[in-house]
Ligand binder design. Structure first.
Ligand code: CA
Ligand code: CA
Length: 188
């Protein structure tokens, strides 16, 4: 089997991805061509460096964290895994019964992982500070950032362990329009 054949998308695969992610046949075909364009090595998978060529990610201060959360296993990802991640960004109302990955909870899990840098299922003050740094750059003093982090944690820290658990995170995000913030219109 040559390189060409290995990166071709089979009809059966399209149907499986459709069932798994809720994307339509046409959307899958179009995203496949974006995937193939990013896949410079033409081996059917994307590396972290490939991802950072997506302009929307390259200019996003959290782009690197976002890319990191795509690569949980630290290996390159294939098209199917790529689609599973993207499906978390589909608008919540697009296809609610068929698709479980674009629910509010899945979106929040994904966002939580972006903050939880060491993957211990808790957001510590240091992790929060690291992310705040990425978001605001050097516009705010160390001291101000420290007090923002302290205030954020004390507001949501129900069990007083000085960390934010996923449950506390969900509660803190109750009033945030996750739909608006975490639905990326890739296809427009
Ligand atoms: Ca952590
Ligand atoms: Ca806590």
């Amino acid at each position: 089997m040559g390189t060409r054949a290995s990166i071709q998308l089979q009809d059966s695969e399209i149907r499986e991805i459709q069932a798994e992610t809720g994307f339509s046949h046409n959307q899958i075909v179009r995203l496949y061509s974006r995937f193939a364009n990013l896949d410079k090595s033409r081996n059917g998978s994307l590396s972290r460096a490939d991802f950072l060529r997506i302009p929307e990610l390259a200019i996003n201060p959290l782009g690197d964290r976002l890319v990191q959360s795509f690569f949980q296993e630290n290996t390159d990802i294939n098209f199917r895994q790529f689609m599973q991640v993207l499906s978390r960004f589909r608008p919540i109302k697009a296809n609610p019964e068929k698709n479980k990955l674009n629910t509010r909870e899945e979106k929040l899990k994904f966002a939580f992982k972006m903050y939880d840098l060491d993957g211990d299922e808790l957001i510590s003050k240091n992790e929060l500070l690291t992310i705040l740094h990425m978001m605001v750059g050097t516009n705010i003093s160390e001291e101000q950032l420290g007090s923002i982090a302290d205030r954020t944690i004390s507001e949501v820290d129900d069990d007083k362990d000085n960390c934010i658990s996923f449950q506390e995170f969900v509660k803190a995000m109750e009033r945030v329009d996750v739909e608006q913030k975490m639905s990326i219109r890739f296809l427009h």
